[in-house]
Design a protein around this ligand. Structure first.
Ligand code: SF4
Length: 693
């Protein structure tokens, strides 16, 4: 209609798509979001007045006809029928309760949602431990940056970005790897490009010549799966030529000699042979980094989604530390996080098998006692299963029931042929989501959840800023916010939760979590965001980590020697090509949200496979022809997109579509030993023409 803006509901809120954490005012008219407009600039620390296409226009999904508006339960014929909340929650309480009572809580697992708020994720962890009695609670971080968290925690102490977003604008040099920044983190890419225009050096190392490479002073095409090799090659050149920051190394690190010794095997010949990067490029990158006054090291999943992702991250952490690029303006490490709230909900709030909120180790007796007392329950000090391990454990019948919240595991897990079998075989599955997604098809009960515009709470973005999320419309249909559903369920399963709102939940987080000790809704609101660590009410938050010391016992960065590792699967005669997967700008993850956007679907209606022109010629295919990709675990058919963005030995397929489900090809078994991250970025595949579309 022609309503004027002032007649509409409005709330200043935080974007629900990616972890850049853009803020804007959302306007709604009853059940429809009508517009996203810039908010007061000082209240939008990350984006100012800009947003990307998803934040600006991506709201059709909220009022989509596909939204779940009532609970669903299976009838006697195995079909879904609508049910009241009372009936559905009773079924869930019985289904989960029976397994708990017969087999112990360890036979249950919960997958939490990084789309939900911090407060809700805190409750998901609490629910798993207190109500279900299991430590097998995890979330999507396992599939992406858990190796970042493990690698950075081990060397520096915090598994998070050390920088503030503004450092991307003031650094003299930025090294980016495995990050398709313009497509996956558009607003950060804009800030980087601006800095490059103002004279900063940009170095891009990536298997694909992605768009951000066009802005780079140096682009190096690397073979997928060997990132620690070229990173160690750069470190070797720097330390062998005394280009490192001696004072920083001396005062603020341990392990330098070990690192110096361990990088010696990464000779120029070896680096070039393994990664394809010529020595001149290693030298020029090393000199650029060493000569810059300040450098930020940014990465996304190209570095982490490997069977040795933690080693890749530690190699990067070594490079940043030996060059003294930590703790000062324009310096630091910056893993760009994916889901809107994966830093907060997926990590900080501790729906994790090994950590309570604030990365407090569950194996630590004192810490465990604190939570046992606060939550009035016994908690085992033995770590639970990580998400990827839950699916393997369910195969062995160690997990019999799952509660999956806002995670489309049937498409997002590695090796989804296996994941589908597991979901089918479970004794009891509850799915809580906005949509009847691929995973929900296997559920016994489906609970309709509300989206981020229908509730209030906080998200924590990629630079550790906690920001308000505010309700701008009533929950669609009978859907409910996750925290209300959890509270109702906890109370049906013998507890007495009594939270009036999410501000109250956050106060409980404050009292148990030193990292978030001073982060209340009132303060976040008043400050327009607060960066952790923020231990108490008087603390202003922490713009940049490690200015004074590292979060380790000795206060130093403890550098770790990283040797040579190969991907779990390397090409051979049967599967001669290397497949990598990733994202495109207009789509988001498994598409549950963006596939409901008409405008977006016009741009990117399906997945595709990028194939180098030489490879395409040898297969006899042209752009648009269908190609069959086969791995040891399955096959898919997708149209070819012939392009020299990829090298002749590599192909690329996006992750967004159920019809092609590229994770039929990926490997569920070979996980990073420290972080259990799967190797999405390297699968050996064969290719053959499948005929015209
Ligand atoms: Fe939302 Fe990310 Fe786009 Fe910002 S860059 S508007 S946070 S999707």
């Amino acid at each position: 209609g022609d309503k004027r803006l002032e007649d509409l509901n409005v709330a200043d809120t935080t974007c629900g798509y990616c972890a850049v954490g853009c803020r804007f005012d959302l306007y709604s008219d009853g059940e429809e979001i009508l517009a996203a407009r810039p908010t007061e600039e000082e209240d939008a620390p990350v984006n100012g007045i800009s947003t990307c296409v998803k934040g600006k226009f991506g709201y059709d999904f909220i009022n989509s006809d596909d939204r779940l508006t009532t609970p669903l339960v299976r009838d006697e014929n195995g079909e879904f029928r609508e049910a009241s909340w009372d009936e559905a929650l009773t079924r869930v309480a019985e289904g989960l309760g029976d397994i708990r009572d017969q087999h112990g809580g360890e036979a249950l697992s919960l997958i939490a949602s990084s789309k939900a708020t911090n407060e809700e994720n805190y409750l998901m962890g609490k629910f798993a431990r207190q109500v279900l009695g299991t430590n097998s609670v995890d979330n999507c971080n396992r599939l992406c940056h858990s190796s970042t968290v493990a690698g950075l925690a081990k060397t520096y102490g915090y598994g998070a970005a050390s920088i503030s977003t503004e450092d991307l604008e003031i650094a003299d040099c930025i090294l980016l790897t495995g990050s398709n920044t313009t497509e996956a983190h558009p607003v950060l890419a804009t800030r980087i490009k601006q800095n490059v225009r103002d004279g900063a050096d940009l170095l891009v190392f990536d298997p694909r010549e992605i768009q951000i490479a066009e802005y780079a002073d140096q682009y190096s095409q690397v073979a997928p799966g060997y990132d620690a090799v070229w990173i160690n090659g750069i470190t070797r050149y720097i330390v062998n030529n005394d280009l490192h920051d001696e004072a920083f190394v001396e005062e603020r690190t341990t392990g330098f000699e070990d690192v110096k010794e361990s990088v010696q095997e990464f000779t120029p010949e070896r680096v070039e042979e393994v990664t394809g990067v010529p020595h001149e490029e290693i030298v020029s990158a090393a000199e650029t980094i060493a000569e810059a006054d300040s450098c930020v090291f940014g990465w996304t999943l190209g570095l982490t989604e490997h069977s040795h992702g933690t080693e890749n991250v530690m190699a990067m952490a070594n490079l940043a530390a030996v060059t003294g690029n930590l703790g000062k303006p324009g310096t630091g490490v910056s893993p760009f996080r994916g889901q809107n709230n994966v830093q907060g909900g997926g990590g900080d709030m501790g729906p994790l098998p090994d950590n309570f909120p604030g990365y407090q180790d569950i194996a630590d007796d004192e810490i465990r006692a604190k939570f046992e007392e606060a939550w009035d329950c016994d908690i085992s000090g033995e770590y639970g299963y990580y998400t990827t391990q839950m699916f393997l454990a369910a195969d062995d019948d160690d997990i019999k029931g799952m509660y999956i919240i806002g995670e489309n595991a049937a498409l997002s897990e590695p090796g989804v042929n296996h994941a589908e079998d597991v979901l089918e075989e479970l004794d009891f599955l509850v799915v809580q989501d906005l949509f009847l997604n691929e995973t929900a098809q296997y559920a016994d009960v489906v609970l309709p959840a509300s989206s981020f515009v229908e509730k209030t709470g906080t998200f924590t973005n990629t630079d550790r800023t906690v920001q308000m999320v505010k309700q701008v419309m009533e929950p669609k249909g009978d859907s409910r916010p996750d925290w209300e559903i959890l509270q109702d369920l906890a109370n049906r399963m013998g507890r007495a939760w009594d939270y009036d709102d999410t501000a109250e939940i956050m106060r409980e987080v404050n009292s148990l979590t030193p990292l978030y000790g001073g982060i209340s809704h009132e303060r976040v609101e008043a400050n327009g965001g607060l960066q952790w660590p923020c231990p108490d009410e008087d603390h202003p938050g922490t713009e940049r980590l490690y200015a004074e010391e590292f979060n380790t016992e000795n206060g130093k960065a403890n550098l770790q020697a990283v040797g040579y590792s190969e991907p779990a699967e390397t090409p051979d005669d049967d599967y001669p090509y290397t497949l990598t997967t990733g994202r495109v700008l207009y789509q988001y993850h498994t598409g549950t949200m963006t596939h409901r956007e008409e405008g977006i679907m016009k741009y990117t209606p399906s997945d595709f496979v990028e194939i180098h022109p030489e490879t395409a010629e040898s297969l006899g295919v042209e752009s648009g022809d269908l190609v069959t990709l086969e791995s040891r675990r399955g096959e898919i058919v997708v149209p070819a997109q012939v392009t020299d963005r990829v090298g002749p030995d590599n192909v690329f397929v996006p992750i967004h579509f159920a019809e092609s489900a590229v994770n039929r090809l990926t490997d569920e078994e070979h996980l990073d030993p420290a972080a259990a991250t799967p190797e999405f970025k390297v699968s050996a595949v064969s290719l053959r023409a499948a005929g015209p579309e």
